[in-house]
Ligand binder design. Structure first.
Ligand code: ATP
Ligand code: MG
Length: 330
């Protein structure tokens, strides 16, 4: 079970390398549920027309990246009302202080100010717990930035199970070793984000590879000229090595050894990284355009996904309602 927000026209390198790459791999072995969290997206201001379009773009990107609706359930969060309904119940077993400790809320709210920060942004992690627990998944493949939210999800599952009766599976996070956090090119100590401040720091999968190559060429590095992996001392160079390694499948250590032998500089590191990216995104962009050209097909896939998701989520919510003491309507 995992999701990715429709908060930009394109997903970025971090979304793919940290999360969606795992989704594609896991769908062979698991019954997978992947969704587009539009309820989460409106925790910050969205333009309605843009949001609607981005849901379809998100769906087309996931398909182009390899999410296969024959093997995975792909759906939109607002099509399955059980998410919001379970979130209410879970919110009532979440401590205010517990929610207030979430670092993503602190980061995002400091950007929006007190009045721009919504109650929805505050309860975002509770809704995320509902998204997950409804499907009783064993694994949740996400990037490093979701570790704390997952911990809250696990706590809420255990709390509900022990306060009432065993209802939820306590899920494990699946966070990749090498590429769980891709950094902003202009500020390589901050995570690359769809809602990042400086577009020059972001590499979008759907951008023209020439634009991305330019951004990679102007990535912030350091002045010692030595190509080696050192997250603390050389965050910019380490980030480029991580990205290149992910796209070429070559271990970072091998890349570093080659650069050391040839004595190549940052120019070569950047060109090679941009080339590796280009080989990946060129066919991806073509597949995306193809999916986008058939809106009817996207709608059909999402309608099927919603039916399959509700078939699981509906009975789980009913069980929860009964367990907490609600009366059935008839
Ligand atoms: P937003 O800025 O709107 O929150 P985002 O870029 O953080 O957007 P999300 O939709 O919140 O993207 O997250 C989707 C998935 O991508 C999550 O599993 C998240 O952990 C992962 N992810 C996001 N950014 C990165 C990153 N820089 N490196 C690795 N994984 C990431
Ligand atoms: Mg995010």
């Amino acid at each position: 079970m995992s999701g990715i927000q429709p908060t930009a026209d394109s997903y970025h390198l971090g979304n793919y390398l940290g999360a969606v790459r795992q989704w594609v791999e896991l769908q062979d072995e698991y019954d997978a549920y992947y969704f587009i969290p539009d309820l989460h997206a409106i925790t910050v201001k969205q333009d309605p027309k843009e949001l609607r379009e981005r849901v379809y773009r998100g769906c087309a990107q996931l398909l182009a990246l390899g999410v296969d609706p024959a093997r995975s359930v792909l759906f939109v969060q607002s099509h399955v009302p059980e998410h919001a309904e379970l979130a209410w119940v879970l919110g009532c077993i979440t401590g205010y202080g517990e929610a207030a400790r979430m670092t993503q809320f602190k980061d995002k709210s400091s950007k929006h100010g007190t009045d721009g920060t919504t109650v929805g942004l505050f309860t975002y992690p509770v809704l995320m717990a509902a998204d997950i627990l409804l499907y009783r998944p064993h694994l949740v493949p996400v990037g490093e930035d979701q570790r704390q939210h997952l911990e809250l999800t696990r706590d809420l599952a255990m709390r509900f199970n022990s306060r009432f009766k065993k209802t939820f599976v306590v899920p494990e996070g699946k966070i990749l070793e090498g590429s769980a956090k891709i950094y902003d090119l202009q500020d390589p100590t901050a995570k690359m984000s769809k809602s990042g401040e400086n577009p020059k720091g972001i590499v979008n999968l759907l951008d023209d590879p020439k634009v991305s190559a330019k951004r990679i060429r102007s990535a912030v590095t350091d002045s010692d000229g030595d190509i080696r992996f050192d997250r603390e001392m050389k965050p910019g160079v380490s980030n480029l090595l991580t990205i290149q390694s992910a796209f070429t499948g070559r271990p970072v250590a091998d890349l570093v050894a080659d650069y050391q032998t040839s004595g190549a500089g940052y120019g070569a590191l950047k060109t090679d990284t941009a080339d590796a990216l280009e080989s990946f995104v060129t066919p991806l962009r073509a597949r995306f355009d193809e999916y986008m050209s058939d809106r009817g097909q996207l709608e059909q896939i999402l309608a099927d996904g919603a039916d399959r998701a509700r078939a699981v989520a509906g009975p789980v919510l009913s069980q929860v309602y009964q367990t907490v003491g609600f009366t059935a309507p008839r």
